[in-house]
Design a protein around this ligand. Structure first.
Ligand code: ATP
Ligand code: MG
Length: 303
């Protein structure tokens, strides 16, 4: 599988470097603040068109949502194309994309920013959400449901008519840049009562449903991404579909497009199909010997 060159996950170090280089330019002193901002965001620009195969009308719907700056929620199982889609849309709209991988240890300060101590005393450092809101980027909160609810509420004033981000510790109110938009991803299968978005969060978003694409389209994607022939890709998709039918009958989750691409990539490297499928499709998703046998026999039907 190709390395994904489009992913621009927020990194404080990268931001500090971009900030320093923006400030080092000879004309920095007379540059307006927004120019420093555009240098800051340069690192988050999606420079090359990501390959994205539209599955339905999601591209048009997203464009319409962006045109009114509606916050968007991408819903769907793991490995079905949500991240690739948002990268493609950021490229298509020509907007920088700041991705934040959410987790339960994440605090509001991780999103909004904090005071840091350095040789000259304390200085404020914007968090990824503040950078995106201030300078005008698409902010993608990946797996937002992993974040605690008291963290998630910091996005509320940004995701309603106010479009503001209060930096309480700094005593500043950021009025969101006109280009700013917030996108979250959400896997509807993984929620428990303890871990779900509040209705007051959900109801601030428009939602797009994602799923594994239909056979021909998924085969096209697998062939493109892994480098195997369309014929081999179709066989991989058949195996994927068989496995997806076992969801809820011994398998917790269907087999993702990502896994099919992994299997295809091994095959394209010369690994025999049987071994490639065992490694990339069967072994990762189950430890149950009967289930492994069932999946192995699905593999031997097609290879
Ligand atoms: N419609 C599509 N067009 C192009 N590539 C796709 C498409 N759908 C899936 N892919 C491929 O599948 C891979 C996995 O998709 P992606 O990483 O976007 O999944 P995801 O939905 O974000 O998963 P997760 O919830 O685990 O983060 C991508 O790297 C890409 O190669
Ligand atoms: Mg993703």
């Amino acid at each position: 599988m190709r390395n994904d060159p489009f992913m621009r996950t927020y990194s404080p170090r990268q931001e500090a470097l971009a900030r320093a280089s923006a400030q080092q330019r000879p004309t920095a002193a007379v540059r307006p603040a927004s120019d420093t901002g555009s240098a800051l965001l340069e690192a988050y620009r999606v420079k090359k068109e990501p390959y994205y195969r539209a599955v339905a009308d999601e591209v048009e719907l997203y464009e319409a949502a962006y045109s009114v700056r509606m916050p968007v929620m991408l819903k769907g199982p793991t490995g079905c194309g949500k991240t690739r889609f948002v990268e493609y849309m950021a490229w298509r709209l020509g907007k920088p994309l700041i991705t934040v991988a959410c987790n339960e240890d994440m605090t509001a300060s991780d999103l909004v920013g904090r005071f840091l101590l350095d040789a000259n005393g304390t200085r404020w450092q914007d968090g990824p959400l503040a950078v995106a809101a201030r300078h005008g980027a698409i902010c993608y909160l990946d797996e937002v449901v992993e974040a605690r609810q008291d963290t998630t509420v910091v996005i509320h004033p940004l995701t309603d008519a106010r479009r503001q981000l209060p930096l309480e510790k700094k005593g500043e109110m950021i009025e969101a840049h006109p280009d700013f938009q917030i996108v979250i991803s959400y896997n509807p299968g993984y929620q428990s009562l303890m871990k779900d978005l509040k209705q007051s969060t959900k109801q601030r978003f428009g939602a797009l449903d994602f799923n594994y694409p239909e056979h021909e389209v998924e085969a096209e994607i697998v062939a493109h991404e892994s480098g195997v022939s369309l014929e081999i890709a179709k066989n991989l998709v058949h195996i994927g579909e068989r496995a997806r039918n076992l969801k809820g009958h011994g398998l917790d989750e269907g087999l993702s497009t990502r896994m099919l691409i992994y299997a295809g990539s091994l095959i394209a490297k010369g690994v025999p199909a049987l071994g490639a499928c065992r490694m990339a499709l069967v072994r990762p998703i189950t430890d149950d010997p009967d289930m492994r046998d069932a999946l192995d026999s699905a593999v031997t039907t097609y290879f």
